[in-house]
Ligand binder design. Structure first.
Ligand code: RB5
Length: 153
């Protein structure tokens, strides 16, 4: 499985650690940068790179790290087909997979250590989507296509 990963300066250290963790676990890691945590960069640039790899199928899933994970999730979710979830513990990571079929996970490099982030990413990757939620994802797709989601009667 190919995992695209990216960060801004605030997420750089955690991104480096997660890339090594994923590589050691046998995943193919596509690191889109930033390659240097020493100077300030703009998180949407890296959010787009990861989102574009995932939406095009060149990566199966994506991981993004900024200071909080919030900016990365806002930016990545602008790309059609991306369901980016900003999570902070194993429970939210598992639910992001089960209920939302999140194809991108975002975490806060200023909010958690590598050990916790690794457990979060591992839990997300090892949890399957529950298809009973598919019709809700279809409603989100409708919104991306400019249609109003229809009430489920
Ligand atoms: C950068 O200072 C910070 O704003 C960014 O990493 C992120 O937390 C934004 O959501």
């Amino acid at each position: 499985m190919k995992i695209a990963i990216g960060s801004d300066h605030a997420g750089f250290t955690l991104k480096q650690g997660l890339a090594a963790f994923l590589s050691d676990a046998g995943y193919e890691v596509l690191d889109v940068g930033t390659a240097d945590g020493g100077h300030s960069v703009d998180y949407p640039v890296y959010a787009f790179r990861v989102a574009d790899l995932v939406r095009s199928g060149r990566a199966d899933k994506g991981v993004l790290v900024c200071g909080t994970g919030i900016g990365m999730s806002i930016a990545a979710n602008k790309v059609p087909g991306i369901r980016a979830a900003n999570v902070w513990d194993v429970s939210t990571a598992v639910l992001a997979a089960k209920h939302n079929n999140a194809n991108v996970l975002t975490v806060g490099g200023r909010l958690m250590a590598l050990e916790r982030a690794s457990e979060i990413v591992k839990a997300w990757l090892n949890t399957d989507f529950e298809p009973r939620h598919q019709h809700r994802l279809d409603l989100i797709t409708a919104m991306e296509e400019g249609r109003e989601p229809q009430v489920n009667t």
